[in-house]
Design a protein around this ligand. Structure first.
Ligand code: HMG
Ligand code: MG
Length: 291
């Protein structure tokens, strides 16, 4: 089994979309430029969604325009529909990410449509994205627990993974959206999913609301998953758990993986600088630039 772990930095999108502090496009550009220097190869820059629903992402086109792109690094955009895809392509996104929910309650709340309708939108997006030679990654939210519908059946998630893969997503990111999954929940889910989907096509996206994310990464590693989403400085929070930490902190993940003998290709000192930059504005911490 490989030792290299692919890290997808989602802080500029999943992190900042949930932070109450408003940040400018030029600040986001600076943050992403810091992240690009660390050696990370995958950065989710922003999203093209309704600005009324997620005002924090309204300036994503400007952010794409301002960033200094590193050769070999993918700069992704999250899109909910064809309008989002067209905006992402216009902005020069290297790839796009689509998102569906495993539950009807969260699908309605997040996308204002049913799961079946969201799958139709994904099909439309992939048809055009393929034509534009733009790779598409897929997220499934609420893989074990939903704030509206409760516990989720692993077999249902497994069949949605198959649908997304068959439709043309190259990777499925399994989202513990509210950070409620335990390592046992993740193992039960992967027992179902890994019988249908090659592990090479799976990623873990664990929110750290209850400090379970690393245990869930460890459980996923045992199944052979080698791709994880994380957010610089743990940016994010969760609207359902005020004051709780948000996405899995990239520094925490990289430190853990390196200690466990995995390789990420990410320079921890440069990552700490990016973290300090984020914390200075978001957490109002004094900027202590590491040596
Ligand atoms: P809708 O209200 O059902 O209907 O939105 P609509 O399609 O008629 O659009 C309403 C308005 O939004 C219209 O503007 C559209 O033009 C505009 P108005 O006429 O009212 O002025 N609009 C757009 N504007 C910019 N870009 C677009 C776009 N589409 C429509 N692409 C819609 C449906 C899906 C658009 C809306 O519900 C929406 O934007 N939802 C996205 C919510 C979101 O971004 N959630 C967070 C990301 S998902 C996530 O965080 C989970 C994840 O991290 C994994 C995990 O943790 O589990 C990925
Ligand atoms: Mg998320």
């Amino acid at each position: 089994m490989g030792k290299y772990i692919k890290i997808i930095e989602v802080g500029p999108r999943d992190g900042l979309q949930n932070e109450p502090i408003e940040t400018t496009a030029s600040w986001k550009v600076e943050l992403i430029d810091h992240l690009s220097t660390t050696g990370m190869k995958h950065i989710e820059v922003g999203s093209f969604v309704s600005p009324k629903r997620v005002p924090q992402m309204a300036g994503s086109a400007k952010v794409f325009k301002g960033i200094k792109r590193k050769h070999g690094t993918s700069y992704a955009a999250l899109v909910p529909n064809l309008k989002g895809l067209h905006l992402a392509l216009e902005a020069g996104a290297s790839e796009v990410a689509v998102f569906i929910s495993a539950t009807e309650g969260f699908s309605r709340s997040n996308l204002n449509c049913t799961i079946a309708e969201s799958l139709e939108k994904v099909t439309e997006i992939i048809a055009i994205a393929d034509h534009a030679k733009c790779p598409v990654r897929g997220y499934i939210s609420c893989i074990t627990h939903c704030p509206f519908d409760g516990q989720v059946n692993p077999l249902h998630v497994s069949s949605l993974c198959e649908r997304l893969l068959d439709t043309g997503c190259y990777e499925i990111s399994l989202g513990d959206t509210i950070g409620k999954a335990s390592a046992n929940d993740i193992s039960a889910l992967l027992d179902a999913v890994c019988t249908k989907i090659p592990v090479e096509n799976l990623a873990g996206h664990f929110h750290d609301t209850n400090n379970n994310a690393l245990a869930n990464v460890a459980a996923s590693l045992a199944y052979g998953i080698r791709s994880f989403d994380a957010s610089i400085a743990g940016l994010g929070g969760c609207p359902f758990a005020p004051g709780a930490p948000g996405n899995l902190d990239t520094g925490k993940l990289v430190g853990f993986l390196e200690r466990e003998g995995f390789e990420t290709g990410i320079n921890e000192q440069l990552l700490a600088k990016a973290e300090a930059f984020a914390n200075k504005t978001i957490r109002q911490e004094s900027l202590q630039t590491p040596e």
